[in-house]
Design a protein around this ligand. Structure first.
Ligand code: SAM
Length: 227
C-alpha cells in the first residue's frame, strides 16, 4: 500500500513551500537572493492521528514549522482540511502546521536531514501487544537510531501511552539507547509541551474521559560519550 503515496528521495525533494506557503514567500527581493536560509521543519508528530497536538502546539510556537506524519489516508485528508479551515477562520494563524501521509517506520530519513528536528512526538502509538508484533512498534532500539539521527543534540523525544506494558517498553528502549537520556522531572514540570501530550491529543482526551492512567517517557538526544 506504500505505492499509494509519494515518497521523497531525500529531504531536499520535499516541497515544503506547498505545506507552509506563508513561510515561503514566492517573490523574494533580489538583495536577499540566496542569503536567507530556507525555514526547516523542527517538530514532527509521528502517527499524528487527527492532529490535535499540532493544533495545540501551533499558537505556542508560531514561528516553528511542525509536521504530522500519518499512515491512514482518510485521517491525513481530515487533518489537511482541518488545518485549512483553521487558517481560513483565523487569518495569519495555523500557518506553521501541516501533515504528510507516509509510513514513518520507513521514511523518516527521506523527510529530515541529520539533526534537523528539535522535538519528536510519539503519542498513544498502537500497542501491538503480541510478542511477534513488537517489531511493528514505532519505538524500538533500531528505530531510535533513526530518530537520534533526525534529532539535534539536545532535541527531545516525547512518548506517552495508556498501555502500561507499552510504556515500559518505550522507556526501556530509550533507557538502553546510548544517545538518549531521561529529561529530569522538574524540567518536565516547566515544559508547556508536556501538558499538551494528554490534553491536546484526541487519544489523550479519550483516556482522560475514561479516567485511564497514562505512562510517559521523555528523553533528550545526547552526544555519544567517549570510550
Ligand atoms: N497521536 C494521536 C493521538 O494521540 O491522538 C493518534 C494516536 S492513534 C492510536 C495512532 C496513529 O498512528 C494512528 O492514526 C495510525 O494510523 C498511526 N500510525 C500507525 N503506524 C504508523 C506508521 N507506520 N506511520 C505513520 N503513522 C502510523
Amino acid at each position: 500500500s506504500d505505492s499509494h503515496f509519494p515518497i521523497p528521495i531525500s529531504p531536499a525533494d520535499v516541497d515544503y513551500s506547498q505545506h507552509y506557503p506563508h513561510f515561503f514567500p514566492s517573490e523574494r527581493s533580489d538583495d536577499d537572493n540566496g542569503s536567507v536560509p530556507p525555514t526547516k521543519v523542527r517538530f514532527a508528530d509521528i502517527g499524528c492521528g487527527f492532529g490535535g497536538l499540532l493544533v495545540g502546539l501551533s499558537p505556542l510556537f508560531p514561528d516553528i514549522l511542525m509536521i504530522g506524519m500519518e499512515l491512514r489516508d482518510k485521517v491525513t485528508e481530515y487533518v489537511k482540511e482541518r488545518i485549512l479551515a483553521l487558517r481560513a477562520t483565523n487569518p495569519g494563524k495555523y500557518e506553521n502546521i501541516s501533515v504528510v501521509r507516509t509510513n514513518s517506520m520507513k521514511y523518516i530519513p527521506n523527510y529530515f536531514e541529520k539533526g534537523q528536528l528539535s522535538k519528536m512526538f510519539f503519542l498513544f502509538p498502537d500497542p501491538h501487544f503480541k510478542e511477534k508484533n513488537h517489531r511493528r512498534r514505532v519505538i524500538s532500539l533500531q528505530l531510535l537510531d533513526e530518530y537520534a539521527y533526525a534529532l539535534e543534540v539536545g532535541g527531545i523525544i516525547y512518548t506517552i501511552t495508556d498501555v502500561e506494558e507499552l510504556g515500559d517498553w518505550m522507556r526501556s528502549c530509550l533507557e538502553d539507547h546510548p544517545m538518549f537520556k531521561a529529561v529530569p522531572e522538574e524540567e518536565l514540570e516547566a515544559d508547556p509541551v508536556v501538558k499538551l501530550l494528554s490534553s491536546a491529543t484526541e487519544e489523550g482526551q479519550k483516556v482522560a474521559r475514561n479516567g485511564g492512567q497514562t505512562f510517559r517517557a521523555v528523553y533528550r538526544r545526547i552526544m555519544l560519550e567517549d570510550g
